[in-house]
Design a protein around this ligand. Sequence first.
Ligand code: NFS
Length: 657
Amino acid sequence: MTNNKTIDPTIKAMLEISEAEGISTAFSRAEAMKPCPIGHKGACCGNCSMGPCRLVKEGQTGICGATIETVAARNFARMIAAGASAHSDHGRDMALTLLAAAEGEAPDYTVRDVNKLLEVAELLDVPTKDRETMEIAKDVAESALAQFGQQKGEILYLKRAPKKRQEVWRRAGIAPRGIDREVVEVMHRTHVGNDQWYESILMAGLRAALSDGWGGSMLSTDITDILFGSPVPLTAKVNMGALSEDEVNIVVHGHEPVLSEMILVAVNDPEMIEYAKSKGANGINLTGICCTANETLMRQGVPTIGNFLSQELAIVTGAIELMIVDIQCIMQALAPLSDQFHTILVTTSPKAHIEGATHVEFDEHRALEIAKEIVKMGIDNFPNRKETRIPKEVNQLVAGFSHEYINYALGGFYRGSFRPLNDAVVQGRLRGVAGVVGCNNPRTCHDASHEYITRELIKNDVLVVMTGCGAIACAKYGLLSPEAAQYAGPGLREICEAVGIPPVLHVGSCVDNTRILTTLSQMATEGGLGEDIADIPGVGFAPEWMSEKAISIGCYFVGSGVYTIFCSESPVANSPVVDRFISEGWEEQVGGKLEFIPDLEEAVRKALEHIDRKRAALGLVEYDPTRFGQSGDRLMLQFLEALEAGQPVSLYSARIP
Ligand code: NFS
């Protein structure tokens, strides 16, 4: 029964146990309940109490006369607004934490990356000359917070985009004015009896998405780097085998690093470790799930035990003393499930309560104190542990690729720039670049689409950057380690071998998709690949999306000029007009388009065709993989392999295929 549900052996094993023990999971619930065919395709309107209206017949309208186009567009725009608000509110909280730290009210936090602070200060028009770090930090936080409530003009981060892109936004009338303003406006427009033209509703949606990508999320990434340090590559463990048989297992799950960073400090406190030993444990083992995991993984190398669909099955191992959650992507089912085990579920955010969980409200003013209180609860729970069934599988990955590091890695310390990356694309050593991001969804085989799409792209010499649950997925199958270069096409393989990077780069959590926007902007301004993000031979993918945040992300990539593919049925499928508008219509106006393509082979084919079309438009050489793959590094590796195997071989006559 579990065969087509996941490709992850740990999840398979845990699902078998769940089935045998009658434990309900998202997998079993998805099987028992099919999606509503009307709502699923955007044809149900619940925006007022005359309905809900279901538009299932040709030409049918809602009670108010709303057409299927209006209904589908409104539903879709509201998804964008919800996703944008989630990301951006997270960004707001990061700015509030920076402000509290700068004002001396959050003594457990400080500025760890001063260079990043200075860079952000410049973008936010904050003077830096002859000023103390904390003075600058205070003004940066206040300027960032002002971006949310700004009413007129344009949000400041737009200037990070290539000039040509900024002009596209102005021409289309979608340059975001303020982050909160764009979200509120979408909610207003989509209220009953307001904007009833699908095109203007969807353009407003695009504007809200841009306020997330180039506003709330981008601020979140930058401020998180300022507070906790910009990531640099490090190795870490991934998958449930990283749980410990003899230590107290504490799992952080959710999205904000403000709390998880303090939990990390608390679990390393010698007093806490001694306390754990006094309870019969060998120590404390901190691991993570979802994007909180990605945040602590990127900066501190904290092991990740799984992605979105792993959260329940981690508890089924019986080995987790305490799971601490903050915001977003936390299943309500965790509360009744943890009751079936000894696991304590702790909610911490005033914005995310779950009935039945233990709520310990987090307050950054006493951060470490609260973190220690929570860790102690976990330790006290260790003696209650019963039988465990921790899967053995665990893999290694390299994470920590901030755009600053990509710049440095490819260009070297003295000539750090995006020139080598651009040159590789220009020469055809790299066919193009891709971002593969997003969630898991029990409506499709867990992790399978992430793995398939990513493997196919690297095989075709497309350098892949990943975030979120997708990155965790591919890390589990070894694609985020330098050894994965063996699965890459010849040109990409040579780059990986020369620079020592994996063919798939982990750039962070979902808010860190903004690192991809920044990277693309720098590629576009570096020269050789046109002058705009839309000129770059690149694509975006969300193979297993499920959240509204994923829709906002997809739309801000489209708004930034990227062809973006979601591998599912379209949520506006019942309105072919709207479906066409978010693809061809948006492409006409902003150069990027959004397509929903459930067939994975077709999705990859269309992505590669798009990349080749962009190459041709730039006048670049046609992609030809046979020209690469015989670099000195490859020869050296073959030479060493042959030497080890005792075969006679000379470095000069090595076995060139
Ligand atoms: Ni992104 Fe991160 Fe995962 Fe999807 Fe949820 S954890 S913010 S929304 S499910 S990738």
